[in-house]
Ligand binder design. Structure first.
Ligand SMILES: [Zn+2]
Length: 339
């Protein structure tokens, strides 16, 4: 079941809801229970109040009405900009066919859908942090065992060209929580990628068990999200967050990383898969990034911020998520740094 919210409050939103039901979506309303029995119930549409966090739904639609949104967690995923009824209906038709139907199919499929080929590199998109924040809020709701969710990877580094794939790191307290969190994510439509996953250990933290992870992907065909589930304080978890903050701290690092990505991408432009690209990038990490990064962590006494998205707290409509409030504080003793 795909749960879609349509932000109510202007003259066009009823038209959007009506068009969605023309296609077979079910309206979530207590007053019309009989509707649900006759219709295809793969896609459920609710009228969303502006003050509801978007994480209550798989996807939130809004019709542009010129009003500002207070924060990422209250911003719609899709803004329909047509104000001509015929064009707006057409836009809903496209959305139904290209996003909602495949989203609902992917969510229900026994395995994650294969994502074809290497994704194209995009210029840095200022919308990535908000997209990541919405995805993080949704994922946080899937399991009480999730301690924190952080935006990581290339889209988390301002100014860096990247593939339009959001990487999120889900932190759990113990190795024993990994399987259960994976089951919760899978049940919520964040499909487990089959296989055993780990990141290559650095020479500074060589123990393979410190680099284990579970890998999941989301089901929305229009915005890919990769979910890396790691134990809070493990070497892989620590490396990923410290690398992000090291990059964010120095525009020079970002320029060098961008140039290196570009160089390697051009070298393997004709490859059908991304294996050579990934292998050569790994060498650059080993020879250039790792020595500097570990030295920087050591000399700065770097520790991860307790909360990834402090602006959520500033939004007047924010509800406090119990998972983040009870999260154990990161303990530096959990990670052995190079001596
Ligand atoms: Zn807000």
């Amino acid at each position: 079941m795909l749960n879609v919210g349509v932000v109510s409050g202007n003259e066009f939103s009823p038209l959007v809801v009506e068009r969605l039901t023309d296609h077979g979506a079910v309206i979530h309303a207590r007053s019309a229970p009989e509707l649900g029995q006759e219709r295809d119930s793969r896609i459920l549409v609710s009228c969303a109040d502006r003050s509801l966090p978007t994480s209550k739904f798989d996807l939130v639609l809004s019709v542009a009405d010129g009003s500002e949104h207070c924060c990422p967690r209250h911003s719609p995923d899709v803004v329909l900009t047509e104000t001509d009824p015929a064009l707006l209906r057409n836009a809903v038709d496209q959305l139904w066919e290209n996003r909602l139907l495949p989203f609902s199919r992917n969510k229900a499929a026994p395995r994650p859908k294969h994502r074809k080929g290497p994704a194209a590199m995009c210029p840095p998109d200022p919308a990535w942090p908000a997209t990541a924040a919405r995805a993080a809020e949704r994922i946080l709701r899937t399991s009480p065992l999730i301690v924190r969710v952080d935006h990581i990877g290339s889209t988390s580094i301002p100014g860096l060209p990247a593939k339009n794939v959001i990487d999120l790191q889900v932190g759990v307290a113990n190795v024993s929580d990994l399987d259960q969190v994976s089951a919760h994510l899978d049940a919520a439509g964040y499909r487990a990628v089959p296989g055993t996953w780990w990141d290559a250990p650095t020479s500074y933290q060589p123990e393979p068990e410190q680099w284990a992870k579970h890998l999941h992907v989301n089901s929305d065909p229009a915005q890919h999200v990769n979910i890396h589930v790691r134990v809070v304080g493990s070497a892989g978890w620590f490396f990923t967050l410290s690398f992000r903050d090291w990059m964010r701290a120095d525009a020079g690092h970002v320029r060098r990383y961008a140039a290196e990505k570009q160089r390697i991408a051009s070298k393997y432009a004709n490859d059908v898969n991304a294996l050579n690209y990934a292998a050569e990038k790994k060498l650059w990490f080993r020879d250039y990034v790792e020595p500097q990064l570990y030295a920087w962590v050591d000399s700065n006494g770097w520790r991860p911020e307790k909360r990834e998205e402090p602006h959520f707290m500033e939004c007047s409509k924010a509800e406090v998520n119990p998972n983040t409030v009870t999260a154990p504080e990161f303990s530096p003793a959990a990670t052995r740094l190079p001596s």
